[in-house]
Write a protein of this length. Structure first.
Ligand SMILES: [Zn+2]
Length: 114
């Protein structure tokens, strides 16, 4: 037995292996983890992925991922840092998840320019 990380209610491991109880899993279906990637010789571009985990099923692996890529400027770095701080390692609702997807696409998905 362990406590739900959202509400503290005791979770029976026979019901779910997740860190949230089934009720909180329904309320916050996704958990996000940002991963920045880097390649040798690529210095002016920031890119990586947001791994998406589900709180609805006892899956240990990411069920999906979102990509991000943007030119490395002080302004972009700062804006991305704030965005990441807000959502990294967070459980999110369906509504928040949809907004995050849109924001990531709109603000941090610039096509690469040569
Ligand atoms: Zn709970």
């Amino acid at each position: 037995m362990k406590p739900c990380k959202k509400c503290g209610k005791t979770i029976d491991p026979k019901i779910t292996k997740n860190d949230t109880c089934p009720e909180c899993g329904k309320k916050y279906p996704y958990f996000l983890s940002f991963i920045e990637e880097g390649y040798v010789g690529v210095n002016d571009v920031v890119f990586g992925r947001v791994k998406i985990y589900t709180n609805l099923k006892p899956e240990d692996y990411a069920i999906d991922e979102l990509r991000f890529v943007f030119a490395e400027t002080d302004k972009n770095r700062k804006e991305f840092y704030e965005f990441r701080e807000k959502w990294d390692f967070k459980d999110v609702t369906e509504k928040e998840f949809e907004a995050i997807k849109l924001e990531l696409k709109k603000r941090f998905n610039e096509p690469l320019k040569n």
